[in-house]
Design a protein around this ligand. Structure first.
Ligand SMILES: [Zn+2]
Length: 168
């Protein structure tokens, strides 16, 4: 077993030993979904006030709305959520490179087969944090797959302070 696998099984043993919430319903109790970054410095449950069973938390590189769309449709259409919080963050890795940089790295490290498989994939980096939030909120508001009565709001989480702020 790797150190990481061992951490999983050991820490989970402790967690499960006091676990009492095995009777929660499948649909999120507070009927909302959060889209946020996979960044390791973000603890969505603690930082965003999400209790177990309350909300869907969809994480990917950058807290990207397009990437999250598949999950959001399932969240809303099959599991009844009615609101989306889109939360990007300061110091995001997605602010630090351009599409062509990512493709160069893929070519160099993974080779032609990987390049072909990705077929010109848009890694969706964004150079400006607030504008990135606005663009993703606009994408969701304009998407025919997101009903008009779903409330979408945009936020920035500061990894330096732990604070969230609204982006208008
Ligand atoms: Zn990030």
């Amino acid at each position: 077993m790797t150190v990481i696998q061992n951490n999983l099984t050991e820490k989970n043993k402790q967690y499960a030993s006091t676990f009492t919430k095995g009777d929660l319903a499948l649909p999120p109790a507070k009927k909302y979904a959060v889209v946020t970054c996979m960044d390791a410095r973000i603890d969505p449950a603690a930082a965003y006030g999400i209790d177990l069973g309350d909300a869907h938390v969809i994480r990917n590189a950058g807290g990207n709305a397009k990437d999250a769309l598949r999950s959001l449709i399932i969240s809303e259409q099959l599991l009844g959520t009615k609101e989306i919080l889109l939360i990007k963050h300061t110091g995001c890795g997605m602010l630090t490179f351009k599409n062509e940089d990512a493709h160069t790295v893929v070519q160099k490290q993974l080779g032609d087969a990987a390049v072909k498989e990705l077929g010109g994939l848009d890694f969706q980096p964004f150079p400006d944090l607030e504008q990135g939030v606005r663009d993703d909120v606009a994408f969701l508001n304009n998407s025919a797959a997101i009903p008009d009565d779903v409330a979408v709001s945009g936020w920035v989480y500061e990894v330096e302070t732990g604070k969230v702020r609204a982006v208008n």
